[in-house]
Design a protein around this ligand. Structure first.
Ligand code: PMT
Length: 428
């Protein structure tokens, strides 16, 4: 069975070189971005890392050219060529670059890459002398002219002992470039305005202490990234987190829940979709001490807290027709009941409920286990990377908006004909 429609597929070609082990990490990084990865190895690559490693990591059989070709070989390489949304070869040897430049198809990898119509990216890794050789550089120039994306190697200390260019670029850089190419092909949300909230709030107690929670911002940032990748106009309201701002996203920062409240109210009016993954504190200190609070010499210290505004509920009151508001619920018990109650009370269109007691879900981890709760029902998703969950949330919110807009049009049509239908009937 192929990948589900929302899941992009990368065919990862692995050629022989010491950097083959890094391709295992690259595969994992891509999977964390919600990508389904299929691997093709050359015979030489198998000398460095066994296909079983890639098979286990990818969850798919690894295609290797063994010269003992099964009857299905021809079909298999065409199927992989067609399945790819991106064909990525990393590490790419001088040999595969030369074959690609000349159109040679003499093994599984070179044949499949010749057959694919997907964008192709290569991340070369080789000895400095081989990299600098005019033959390699000319081959690269040919490939670049044909539209092949090249992630040039880094400079550094090479495994062969040389110092210079030829080191496989960092896998995070290769993965980021791959994601850019993948997303460039699907800008289906351009023109849509999406506001995302992320991270915790901090409520000061005195000049050195504050109340906060364990939100890292990872979930909200992943949503902002996913929406921006698909071309949406994204505004991210973020609490204090240690994350890099996603590219192409308008970032507005808050520290306290009150600041989030003011920012959100000022900007929500012209948004189409609002996704509230932030974890704002429900309470703040009634008074913030001007100086550091000192020990009470054996006495209990009583902190009086007052309630913060409920941002989601306030926004829900002013929701315009056609806007879709999604909230989160971080729960430790009776997850669905609490989620349904929040859906209603905050006038939301969907709640993403996470049971934060479950391993791999909720605060600070890179994965999540969520359930979508809407007025029409619930849908539970398995453990996924936050990037993948983000993709699903964005797609769901967009689908909800399409449904709401279409329902409004259908209602307007019914109303129109209810008024004008009889008049037209009299005339005829
Ligand atoms: O940031 P990460 O480490 O990646 O973790 C992700 C997450 C667990 C923080 C995230 O997935 C999540 O569940 N966010 C909501 C956390 C939360 O505050 O839940 P809540 O049940 O208290 O709030 C429900 C909804 O109301 C949320 O959409 C929240 O943004 C909103 N809210 C809450 C309190 C408040 N005063 N105003 C609000 O608008």
């Amino acid at each position: 069975m192929g990948a589900p429609e929302s899941k992009k597929c990368v065919v990862l070609g692995v050629t022989g070189g010491i950097a083959v082990y890094k391709a295992c990490v690259l595969l994992r990084v891509l999977q964390k971005q919600g990508i389904d990865v299929y691997v093709i190895m050359t015979k030489n690559a198998c000398r460095f890392v066994a296909p079983l490693t890639f098979e286990t990591l990818s969850g798919h059989p690894v295609a290797v050219d063994t010269f003992e070709r099964p009857a299905t070989w021809e079909v298999e390489h065409i199927a992989l060529a067609k399945r790819a949304d991106l064909f990525l070869i990393a590490p790419a040897t001088a040999n595969i670059l030369a074959k690609m430049a000349c159109g040679i198809a003499d093994d599984m990898l070179s044949t499949t890459v010749l057959a694919t119509r997907a964008p192709v990216m290569v991340a070369p890794a080789m000895n400095t002398g081989m990299w600098d050789n005019p033959a390699t550089q000319e081959n690269l120039a040919v490939l670049t002219r044909r539209g092949v994306h090249v992630v040039s190697p880094a400079t550094g200390h090479l495994a062969c002992g040389d110092q210079g260019a030829g080191k496989l670029e960092d896998v995070s850089v290769i993965a980021a470039r791959a994601m850019e190419v993948l997303s460039a092909s699907r800008k289906d949300l351009s023109g849509l305005r999406i506001m995302v909230t992320a991270g915790p709030s901090r409520e000061a107690l005195d000049p050195v202490r504050y109340i906060t929670n364990r939100s890292s911002g990872k979930m909200g940032y992943a949503i902002a990234r996913a929406a921006a990748r698909r071309g949406a106009d994204v505004t991210l309201l973020t609490g204090p987190v240690a994350l890099e701002a996603p590219q192409g996203v308008r970032v507005l920062r808050f520290t306290t829940t009150q600041e989030l409240y003011e920012l959100a109210l000022a900007h929500a009016g012209n948004q189409d979709i609002l996704i509230q993954a932030a974890a704002p504190a429900d309470y703040r200190a009634q008074e913030i001490a001007q100086q550091k609070i000192k020990k009470q010499r054996g006495e209990d210290f009583v902190l009086r807290l007052i309630e913060n505004p409920d941002v989601a509920a306030a926004l829900g009151k002013d929701k315009r027709a056609g806007q879709v508001f999604v909230g989160f619920a971080a729960e430790t018990n009776d997850v669905l009941e609490h989620a349904q109650e929040k859906l209603r009370k905050k006038n939301l269109d969907m709640i993403v409920a996470n049971d934060v007691t479950r391993e791999g879900a909720g605060f600070d981890v890179d994965t999540n286990i969520v359930t979508f709760v809407t007025q029409d029902g619930i849908e539970s998703l398995p453990l996924m990377s936050k990037d993948e969950v983000a993709e699903r949330i964005v797609s769901r919110a967009v689908a909800l908006r399409a449904y709401i807009v279409l329902s409004a049009v259908a209602y307007a049509r019914r109303t129109f004909f209810a008024f004008f239908g009889p008049i037209r009937g009299k005339k005829s």
